[in-house]
Design a protein around this ligand. Structure first.
Ligand code: FAD
Ligand code: NAP
Length: 353
């Protein structure tokens, strides 16, 4: 009997002294001492078994659309490129869809719609990879990832074991999850998500209610839009309102919308009756951070080569050649003026490195 030779073990795709400028949507300059492209769980385990990289600190990178790089990265950068998408199950109450973590999020949204599995349309045109979507529980226009989440697979960056986590284990919060949380119980920097499974409920129900979507409804006279129409509306609204990172460097909303107690909210409304606020089911109140920044006069302003986008004050932009330090200087100045006027501390949304 002849035994076929076993295929050669895949070697790691390693890049030394790699520029990260093209790998972050802010276009900030930084270099990775070592960047490894990760196409599978096995690739992660190869890194962990490697004599030089195995014990070194790691930095997991998706599409770089929610990070602010302020320095070179000495940690081994694991650039997630796990591919593939499939329908796992067509249940009576939902379609279960699985995607590799390296797939582009927006392309996944478009693909599910083409297949006839609606439910992600409100999350159209969010930049970045599928694997990063659970990290900050991405959300837009009244839908969050957690509303469509089934489970995910992640590789432990110490043991190399792949584990499957359900929604409870992910501890999703407002632009938050266990993958953003540090400490003993958090998983920030401790695991690499390789696959995400989504649950798209049947029958499909539209999620409208955000003012910009209601405006589209009124403008077009379409009272009961289908999922494809909502997808087109969301894309059009976002293209009109947000800077395209391919043209103007940015990381989307720079600050989270602060959540304050009902009492604090009443106090702020007494002083600023115009403030944009949304009561939450638990009695607290979400304030529109963009409104607070605009009210402090920041819209369109710049500090050095970093600026505040003129159509949406929540977005900080790279006016050309900005460094991460310049972006942070601007962010701190904004935080100080919002605190000075409203007594509210704005918290950055992107991961600052
Ligand atoms: P990266 O920026 O590469 O990484 C972000 C964080 O996730 C890092 O801590 C990284 O270590 C970690 N991470 C990335 N991949 C993995 C993985 N596979 N396993 C473990 N950890 C990982 N966000 C919203 O929520 N809603 C919006 O509407 C929205 N609009 C945006 C619009 C613009 C123009 C831009 C530039 C950004 C916007 N964002 C929005 C933010 C951003 O798109 C999302 O947070 C997105 O999910 C980030 O994906 P990424 O692959 O680029 O992640
Ligand atoms: P918008 O529609 O002008 O609304 C301003 C803020 O008010 C939003 O942040 C939103 O909170 C809140 N809001 C509006 N209508 C609401 C409602 N009916 N119920 C509860 N909260 C409401 O905001 P925008 O800047 O154009 O963005 C539109 C959507 O895309 C928002 O959901 C926003 O989060 C998302 N987005 C996110 C990023 C990012 O980087 N994170 C970037 C661009 C856009 P929420 O943010 O909680 O929805």
């Amino acid at each position: 009997m002849t035994v076929a030779p076993s295929p050669p073990a895949r070697t790691l795709d390693v890049h030394l002294r790699a520029s990260l400028r093209e790998f972050n949507t802010f276009g900030l300059p930084a270099q990775a001492a070592t960047l490894v492209r990760i196409a599978s769980d096995a690739d992660v385990r190869r890194v962990l078994a490697h004599p030089d990289y195995g014990r070194a600190p790691k930095f997991v990178l998706g599409g770089g659309s929610n990070i602010v790089l302020t320095r070179d990265v000495e940690a081994v950068v694991l650039k997630v490129e796990v591919a593939g998408r499939r329908l796992v199950e067509a249940r009576e109450d939902a379609w279960i869809v699985e995607s590799g973590a390296g797939e582009d999020w927006h392309e996944l949204v478009a693909w599910t719609l083409q297949q006839g599995w609606p439910g992600l349309e409100n999350l159209a045109l969010i930049p970045g990879t599928v694997g990063a979507a659970p990290v900050q529980n991405i959300g837009a226009y009244g839908v969050e990832l957690k509303d469509r989440f089934e489970s995910l697979d992640a590789v432990d960056l110490v043991t190399g074991r792949t584990v499957t986590l359900d929604a409870a284990a992910c501890r999703f919060g407002y632009r938050d999850s266990v993958f953003k949380q540090g400490g003993f119980e958090g998983l920030a920097g401790k695991s690499l998500i390789t696959r995400v499974r989504l649950r798209l409920p049947r029958p499909w129900q539209p999620v409208l209610g955000y003012l910009d979507l209601e405006r589209k409804r009124a403008e077009t006279g379409i009272d009961q839009p289908d999922a494809r129409t909502i997808f087109d509306w969301v894309c059009a609204i976002r293209r009109a309102k947000l800077p395209d990172p391919a043209v103007v460097g940015n990381a989307g909303s720079f600050f989270k919308n602060p959540v304050v107690s009902a009492e604090q909210c009443r106090d702020i409304i007494d002083r600023d009756p115009e403030i944009v606020h949304y009561p939450l089911p638990d009695g607290s109140c979400k304030l529109a951070a963009g409104w607070l920044i605009d009210a402090c006069g920041w819209k369109g302003k710049s500090v050095g080569r970093a600026g505040v986008y003129d159509k949406q004050a929540l977005v900080l932009v790279n006016r050309g050649g900005a460094s991460g330090a310049e972006v942070l200087t601007l962010a701190r100045a904004i935080q100080e003026s919002v605190y000075g006027r409203f007594g509210i501390r704005l918290e950055p949304e992107p991961v600052i490195f």
